[in-house]
Design a protein around this ligand. Structure first.
Ligand code: SF4
Ligand code: SF4
Length: 177
């Protein structure tokens, strides 16, 4: 059996307050809670008050290629484009890409130091639009997911090549020493 951690999203309850974006970016700021910037949050809220659309989406994995799906979905009379529900950090949009480093952002379920017993976005959502869930599923224990640094390094290597990344790291180390 493997343990799967998820956040269930109820878009009917979301009111677009964006408290989830604020706490997520503050918790992951360096130093912790020193700043908050929605563009650095690992959960983003697509909102369009005129159309009464509020869609919280937490960041999934990084993907190298954009998809070719541009479908429109109509749910309860509201139109959403396909990207509205997508959790990927992908090359076709800025969402889930750190605006300073250009590295992909990925939700870590707030297991960053110190690990939280429940994701902070869930705790801070007073509209109860977010619910943390853990479930057991048949299958082998999931392979360890790459952590944020590994994902970032993979992205740098893809964009600049391993040699250039190694040279830059060596230069940084020299400057630090
Ligand atoms: S905190 Fe809850 S209600 Fe507010 S924007 Fe986030 S998901 Fe929506
Ligand atoms: S679980 Fe934590 S890291 Fe993931 S989106 Fe929510 S606040 Fe951000």
């Amino acid at each position: 059996m493997k343990k799967v951690k998820t956040i269930k999203v109820d878009i009917d309850k979301c009111n677009g307050c964006r408290a989830c974006e604020m706490i997520c970016s503050a918790f992951h700021a360096t130093p912790k809670y020193s700043s908050n910037n929605p563009e650095k949050s690992k959960i983003r809220v697509l909102f369009d008050p005129i159309k009464d659309i509020y869609v919280p989406v937490y960041a999934g994995g990084y993907t190298e290629a954009e998809c070719n799906g541009w479908d429109i979905y109509t749910i309860d009379g509201k139109e959403y484009d396909e990207c509205a529900f997508c959790r990927a950090s992908c090359p076709s949009r800025d969402l889930f890409t750190d605006p300073d480093s250009g590295l992909p952002l990925q939700c870590d379920m707030c297991l960053d130091d110190p690990p939280q017993d429940e994701p902070l976005c869930v705790k801070w959502c007073h509209a109860d639009a977010l619910t943390y869930e853990e479930r057991e599923e048949e299958g082998e224990e999931a392979k360890k997911k790459p952590d944020e640094m590994e994902v970032g390094l993979q992205s740098l290597v893809k964009n600049h090549g391993a040699k250039k990344v190694m040279e830059s790291l060596a230069k940084l180390k020299q400057e630090k020493d």
